[in-house]
Write a protein that binds this ligand. Structure first.
Ligand SMILES: NC(=O)c1ccc[n+]([C@@H]2O[C@H](COP(=O)([O-])OP(=O)(O)OC[C@H]3O[C@@H](n4cnc5c(N)ncnc54)[C@H](OP(=O)(O)O)[C@@H]3O)[C@@H](O)[C@H]2O)c1
Length: 295
C-alpha cells in the first residue's frame, strides 16, 4: 500500500514517518525547506502542482501534517498561510476523492475560542486567530470534498524529540532557561494547555489508519490530547526540575501572551477515541525526561 506523509521533516511528521516505517508499507514522505535524505521535496503552497505530484506517487493513504502552524507567522502572512493550510488541503482532498484515497488531516484545538472547555468534536468552532481560521477552513475543504474518506484529527500544543529546543512551544522554555542572563525569567501563566507528546500522536495516527483500513466507513472529526492541564509556567517548573535550574528564578506572568489572540482553555474531549481503545499518553514528566536526557 502506498502511504504519503506530508511534512515529514516537521516536529510531528518526523515521528509519524518513523511510526509508519515499522509497517511494510510503501512509504513516501515530503519535505520543503529542510533537506532530508529519503524524503521528496515538494512545495505544497503551489496547489497547481499537487495533482501532478500525487499522480506520480498514487497514495492510498495520505497523512497531511504539512502546515504553517505558528499563529504569529499566520498573523503576519495570512495569504501564505491560506495557500498552504487551506488551498493545498483542498487540492489534496479533491485528488483523494477522485482516486479513492483516505486522508488523515491534522488540525488544532485553536479552532475553538477556549471559553467552554472541554470541547467535543461536534462543538461549534470559533477560532480567535488567522492560524485557527485557516486550519478550520482546511477542515471544511476536506469535509466538502472527501467527507466519507477522511478523518480530521485535532490535537493541542505538541512537543517531542526535537532538532533544536526552540522547535516546540514547550521545549523552547528550556532554551530560554539555558540562555538566561537576567536573575529571573517571566513565563506566561494565563492559558491552560494540554501538552501532547509527538510519538503518542504518531502512534494514535497509525492506529487511526489501521482502524480505517479495517472499518472503511470510519470517518469524521476526532480529538486526541494529553490529559495534564498546565500553563507554560507549570510546564517550565517541570523542565526546570529536570534541568537543575532553580525554580525560584521562574516568575509567573498572569497576562495573556502578546501577538495573535489565543484561547484560554481549549481542552479537547477525547472520549470517542478512548472508547475505541485508540490513543496513547506518556506522562509529561516522563516524556520531558526522554527529550532532555535521551538514553
Ligand atoms: N506544533 C504544534 O504545537 C501543533 C499543535 C496543534 C496542531 N498542530 C498541527 O500539526 C501538524 C504538524 O505540525 P508540526 O508541529 O509538525 O509543524 P512543523 O514542525 O512546523 O512542520 C511543518 C512541516 O510542513 C512542511 N512545510 C512547510 N511549508 C511547506 C510548503 N510550502 N510545502 C510543503 N511542505 C511545507 C515543513 O517542511 P520543511 O520543514 O522541510 O520546510 C515541515 O515538514 C500541522 O498541521 C499543525 O497545524 C501542531
Amino acid at each position: 500500500m502506498n502511504v504519503l506523509i506530508t511534512g515529514a521533516t516537521g516536529l510531528l511528521g518526523r515521528e509519524v514517518f518513523r511510526a509508519f516505517q515499522k509497517n511494510e508499507w510503501n512509504l513516501t514522505g515530503t519535505s520543503f525547506r529542510r533537506k532530508s535524505p529519503g524524503l521528496v521535496r515538494v512545495d505544497l503552497s503551489q496547489p497547481d502542482t499537487i495533482h501532478d505530484f500525487l499522480n506520480a506517487h498514487l497514495p492510498a493513504v495520505i497523512v497531511h501534517t504539512a502546515a504553517e502552524r505558528h499563529p504569529d507567522v499566520s498573523l503576519r502572512d495570512p495569504a501564505g498561510t491560506r495557500r498552504l493550510n487551506v488551498e493545498a488541503t483542498a487540492a489534496i482532498a479533491s485528488w483523494a476523492a477522485t482516486h479513492g484515497a483516505f486522508v488523515l488531516y491534522l488540525s488544532t484545538d485553536y479552532v475553538f475560542d477556549g471559553t467552554k472547555p472541554p470541547y467535543r468534536p461536534s462543538d461549534k468552532p470559533n477560532p480567535l486567530n488567522d492560524y485557527g481560521r485557516s486550519k478550520l477552513d482546511g477542515e471544511q475543504e476536506l469535509l466538502s470534498r472527501a467527507q466519507k474518506s477522511s478523518v480530521i484529527l485535532r490535537v493541542p500544543i505538541l512537543y517531542g524529540p526535537c532538532e533544536t529546543l526552540a522547535e516546540s512551544a514547550v521545549t523552547v522554555l528550556a532554551d530560554q532557561m539555558n540562555r538566561l542572563t537576567e536573575p529571573t525569567l517571566a513565563i506566561e501563566d494565563w492559558a491552560t494547555r494540554y501538552p501532547t507528546y509527538t510519538p503518542d500522536v504518531a502512534y494514535t495516527i497509525l492506529q487511526l489508519v489501521e482502524y480505517h483500513l479495517a472499518h472503511p466507513d470510519f470517518h469524521g472529526i476526532v480529538h486526541w490530547s494529553g490529559n495534564e492541564g498546565m500553563t507554560k509556567y507549570g510546564m517550565a517548573r517541570v523542565l526546570a526540575g529536570q534541568m537543575g535550574f532553580p525554580v525560584e528564578r521562574l516568575v509567573p506572568n498572569p497576562a495573556p501572551p502578546s501577538g495573535a489572540t489565543r484561547p484560554k482553555d481549549a481542552h479537547l474531549d477525547c472520549s470517542a477515541l478512548e472508547e475505541l481503545g485508540i490513543g496513547r499518553r506518556t506522562p509529561f514528566a516522563e516524556a520531558i525526561q526522554a527529550i532532555l536526557h535521551p538514553a
